[in-house]
Design a protein around this ligand. Structure first.
Ligand code: ADP
Length: 437
């Protein structure tokens, strides 16, 4: 049980006396006429006694409260006498934690129960406490009576209890926290190690991929060029035959020659498109502001089929600037516009409308035609390689144009799509970032 020293009690009784005076009137004793001197002395004594009792009761309550805190604390608490450095009391929590009975704590120094390394460390702690009145240790190793190793955190405070100094050590088991921290550190290290490995692998693969792409590019260029030269020879000889030797050929022969020339022409277009497709795949694209108005006019000026008298191309307003790559955008626009004037019923003059729409920070560029239209079931398929819609086989083509558009748009970080109905014309769009003004 806690016992208050006489000094503390005296202080508290004095305090109670002052309070009692205050009850009687602002520190001044109340002057009242005693009925008889003896009764007056008795009255004064009895009221002093009542006050002393009240102070004692208050003290008891406060003492009980402190004791409850000490005993119910989940942290281990040790009380030490600074003069002897010995433990004077230990709370149930530390008794249970270390597994020694209270008697084994009392009278021992901290190093003797394994809290500090040795006597020297204990002396150093007491010296520091005398100076700073507070000291905190983290990661103290501590072994229980059962031989289990723990890590604890200890906070020691030097207090004044009345006239006596006392040291209170609060001991907290941080083994679990330390274990979790260690596991977390290990997991973090493992994650960074794996991330580094991944980065190295990605870098290696990227180098390999770039190498493969440039080899493929060189290969496809040389194959395509090598294929085009015998083709142009075939077409050239067919032309000479037609121009210089048609007299020796009958109508059927001339027809066959024309078919050879047309087939060679188709193969040439196919090779050129395969070349264009391979160009749309590799390498970095330089994305920069591109003036769509200028670019679209240039495309129209370049392709004879877009300048025919029967073709009507209208540009609504001035087309804005867009973030893209000139070469990629030229490929997109030439494919979309030549398709728009190509896939039109034979008796209809092609009409094409181009306009831009702002969608948040993006620009959606529309190319609308009055052509044969595309059934909804075919609309996703036509962007795949060599895909052509059945009823359009009568129109010349390779089925690569829209694949090139899709690839180019994706590489510029944009999207594309189509809205259409059979017989109702088609509305193709590409969407890219606009240029911030
Ligand atoms: P190509 O034009 O060489 O056939 P594309 O990849 O450009 O190849 O187009 C794929 C198919 O999509 C075309 O064969 C055609 O069936 C359909 N298509 C493309 N553009 C249009 C259009 N504007 N109107 C109708 N059909 C179209």
């Amino acid at each position: 049980m806690y016992r208050l020293d006489s000094g503390t009690k005296q202080t508290l009784l004095q305090l109670a006396d002052v309070r009692a005076k205050k009850v009687h009137g602002r520190g001044r004793p109340r002057i009242c006429k005693p009925r008889s001197p003896s009764r007056a002395i008795f009255g004064a004594r009895s009221s002093a006694y009542v006050l002393e009792e009240a102070a004692r009761a208050a003290l008891g309550v406060s003492e009980m409260r402190c004791r409850r805190l000490f005993e119910a604390a989940r942290e281990g608490v040790l009380l030490l006498d600074p003069a002897t450095r010995k433990i004077t009391d230990a709370n149930p929590s530390i008794i249970e934690f270390l597994g020694y009975p209270l008697e084994e704590f009392v009278g021992k120094e901290l190093w003797e129960i394994g809290l500090l390394k040795d006597q020297k460390a204990s002396q150093a702690m007491f010296l520091a406490l005398r100076k700073k009145h507070f000291i905190c240790y983290e990661n103290l190793p501590l072994q229980t009576s059962a031989g289990r190793n723990h890590e604890v955190e200890m906070v020691a405070n030097l207090f004044q209890e009345g006239t006596h100094p006392v040291i209170q050590c609060n001991v907290r088991d941080i083994t679990d926290r330390k274990r979790v921290e260690k596991e977390l550190r290990a997991a973090k290290n493992e994650i960074s190690r794996q991330a580094l490995e991944l980065r190295i692998k990605v870098a290696e693969h990227t180098i390999q991929l770039r190498q493969t792409i440039s080899e493929l590019e060189a290969f496809s260029y040389s194959v395509s060029h090598d294929m085009r030269s015998p083709l142009s020879a075939m077409r050239g000889f067919a032309e000479i035959l037609l121009e210089d030797h048609s007299a020796q050929l009958d109508t059927q022969g001339i027809k066959y020659l024309e078919k050879i020339d047309a087939a060679a022409g188709r193969l040439d277009t196919l090779i050129q498109e395969v070349l264009a497709y391979t160009r749309a795949l590799p390498g970095e694209l330089k994305i920069e502001p591109v003036d769509l108005d200028v670019l679209v006019c240039q495309v129209i000026d370049t392709y004879p089929q877009l300048q025919s008298g029967q073709v009507d191309i209208q540009i609504k307003g001035v087309l804005p600037r867009i973030m893209g790559a000139k070469a990629g955008l030229t490929q997109c626009m030439s494919n979309l516009l030549t398709n728009a004037v190509k896939f039109v019923a034979p008796d209809i003059n092609p009409q094409v409308k181009i306009h831009a729409q702002r969608i948040a920070g993006d620009i959606r560029l529309w190319v609308e035609d009055n052509g044969i239209g595309i059934a909804p079931k075919d609309q996703a398929r036509i962007f795949q390689m060599f895909a052509r819609v059945e009823h359009t086989t009568a129109y010349e083509g390779t089925g690569l144009g829209l694949t090139i558009v899709r690839k180019a748009v994706e590489r510029m970080g944009g999207q594309m799509g189509v809205e259409s109905e059979v017989g109702q014309g088609s509305r193709f769009w590409i969407q890219l970032k606009g240029v911030n003004q």
